[in-house]
Design a protein around this ligand. Structure first.
Ligand SMILES: [Zn+2]
Length: 500
């Protein structure tokens, strides 16, 4: 006779006690949880989140593009990254990135950036920008609606393809009529409908825009519930037209209109008055106004040499002369003759502008109101090195910012700024359960920028892994080929649902 299998209880056996059943159930449940597989696990890293202050060794489980679990328990993943000794932080958010090509995205990724947005000026055509990048982007992207481009269009001088700044001329230097202002507004409305995150203004590049034109653009932004990101009207200390006057102008427009205001690169707009400009912003905020700012850690700026920034008077404003203008490709210092030739040309040529000092940059970067944003474009080392440079120079070498505060400037603060434009911002810039899995894993002891004015596209060192929407973009210090997990961030006017 064959014995009955053990698992079948003999009919006369007493029923199993309840406590035994409960224990069995718990055992089964816990083994199910342990066996639960994440797409990706980041094991044993120093997990840092500026919003909650979490700074402790934890395991991170990622599934479906989201951070699903942060735990001290071992997690099981299809792929596990061993991050012992490394910092695991929210990916950096760059609110101010002009170069949107793939080569630039690669160096941004190596610098820890998971989202890079063109918000200072904005792409000239939002629909084309979004369409072009869809499915072809390494990191997340988005753009402002460009007042500069809208104005050029209305003045009959549309920007050439691929460019964001006009050559100086009637379209930049003449005041707009009431009818033209209305046309500019209509263009901006349709750009916001196409998915722009904000109104982007480069007032210094459109010096013909009156104070009223500026206020009208702020009113439009307020009506559409988006912020204004702006490069202010002027730089330097010379009155009239100082940086202090320029900051006051946009703070005034924010008060009048109610639009949130983000002032870009306070370092290069305010130069020697940067600390004073930060005090103006602090004063506005103390009165309850929504004003924010950012800076990049370099003594030189960069712009196009035929733009209205170099209209007569620039030497006095910036306190520099021709020799402080340097061509990025060749290192050539300009002379008056060479400057005139390039300024009057219709050909766009980038130029480095050495107008700041290290002392000013060192005072600005650690300031608690200052976010880090690169103003990245090819030809300037800030494109590739901004974030690693802050971590190397200010956190590690000078010790003027704590690591957590540096991360706050690179993640939480820009994410909170993004929240003014889209609820998707709430899922960014945090390393918390439920957040988007945009994560940087780096070695805080060695991270450093390597880009220089001579070699501006040299990638940073120290970012070991980078995760965008749950996908690895940098794997063991190398760019993963042919992955494009970057998604669009779009504003409230977007016709279609945001894809991220
Ligand atoms: Zn600018």
């Amino acid at each position: 006779m064959v014995a009955a299998p053990d698992i079948i209880a003999a009919p006369n056996e007493p029923p199993m006690p309840k406590t035994f059943l409960v224990s069995l159930l718990l055992l089964l449940l816990s083994s199910f949880v342990a066996a639960q597989q994440y797409d990706l696990v980041i094991d044993g890293g120093r997990v840092m989140d500026p919003e909650t202050g979490l700074d402790v060794v934890r395991n991170v489980g990622i599934r479906g593009g989201k951070v699903e679990r942060i735990s001290s328990e071992a997690l099981n993943g299809r792929r596990t990254i061993h991050a012992a000794g490394l910092v695991v932080a929210p990916g950096f958010i760059d609110l101010h990135q002009h170069a949107q090509d793939l080569a630039s995205q690669r160096v941004k990724a190596m610098d820890g950036v998971t989202t890079a947005l063109e918000l200072e000026i904005g792409a000239p055509d939002v629909a084309i920008f979004l369409k072009t990048k869809e499915g072809h982007s390494l990191i997340n992207y988005g753009t402002a609606a460009s007042h500069v481009a809208a104005r050029a269009l209305v003045f009959g001088a549309p920007l050439p393809s691929g460019e964001i700044l006009p050559k100086s001329g009637p379209a930049t230097d003449q005041p707009a009529t009431a009818a033209q202002i209305e046309q500019i507004e209509n263009r901006l409305r349709s750009e916001l409908d196409a998915g722009a995150l904000a109104v982007g203004m480069g007032i210094q590049y459109t010096p013909g825009a009156t104070r009223l034109e500026v206020i009208d653009m702020f009113r439009l932004a307020a009506a559409r519930q988006v912020p204004v990101y702006t490069h202010v009207r002027s730089a330097g200390s010379l009155e009239p037209g100082s940086a202090v006057e320029s900051i006051s102008e946009v703070i005034g427009a924010a008060v009048i209109s109610g639009a949130p205001l983000h002032i870009v690169h306070i370092n290069s707009s305010c130069l020697h008055d940067s600390v004073e400009c930060l005090a103006l912003i602090a004063g506005a905020r103390a009165r309850g106004l929504d004003v924010t700012t950012e800076a990049y850690p370099y003594i030189a700026g960069m712009t196009t040499v035929n733009s209205a920034l170099f209209n007569p008077g620039w030497q006095q404003k910036l306190g520099i002369s021709y020799a402080q203008l340097v061509l990025p490709d060749t290192g050539e210092h300009l002379t008056q003759q060479r400057f005139d030739e390039l300024h009057n040309s219709t050909r766009t040529q980038g130029v480095l502008v050495f107008a700041n000092t290290q002392d000013i940059v060192d005072a600005v970067i650690p300031h608690p109101l200052v976010m880090i944003a690169s103003d990245g474009e090819e030809g300037h080392p800030r494109n590739a090195g901004t974030y690693s440079r802050v971590l190397a120079q200010y956190v590690r070498e000078k010790g003027t910012i704590t690591l957590m505060d540096a991360l706050r400037k690179m993640t939480l603060m820009p994410a909170q700024m993004l929240e003014r434009s889209t609820p998707a911002g709430r899922q960014k810039g945090r390393l918390q359960e439920g957040a988007d899995a945009d994560i940087v894993i780096f070695d805080a002891a060695t991270i450093t920028d390597r880009s220089t004015f001579q070699k501006p596209m040299e990638p940073s060192a120290g970012v070991r892994w980078l995760v965008v929407g749950g996908s690895l973009v940098v794997d063991d210090g190398k760019i993963v080929p042919d992955v494009f997990p970057g998604r669009a961030l779009t504003g409230p006017g977007s016709q279609s649902a945001p894809t991220n």
